[in-house]
Ligand binder design. Structure first.
Ligand SMILES: [Zn+2]
Ligand SMILES: [Zn+2]
Length: 67
């Protein structure tokens, strides 16, 4: 079963796929220093341990809501 990134629509590579905490969809995440576009951003949640990821789609929605 092949999964695709819901931001760019390209097939996901297991190594650099993460789940968006907002919509739960899988998106690309390129570790710092590697080439290519990120389809998500990293967010740190207060009170939660570790990192969370928000896809670019949800990131835009959040930003437009905050304004
Ligand atoms: Zn992608
Ligand atoms: Zn999302």
């Amino acid at each position: 079963m092949e999964e695709t990134c819901h931001v760019c629509g390209k097939p996901l590579d297991e190594i650099c796929a993460v789940n968006c905490v907002v919509c739960g969809g899988k998106v690309h995440f390129n570790p710092a220093g590697s080439p290519g576009n990120d389809c998500c951003g990293v967010v740190t949640q207060i009170g939660a341990c570790g990192l969370s990821f928000v896809c670019n789609d949800c990131d835009e929605k959040i930003k437009s809501r905050e304004r």
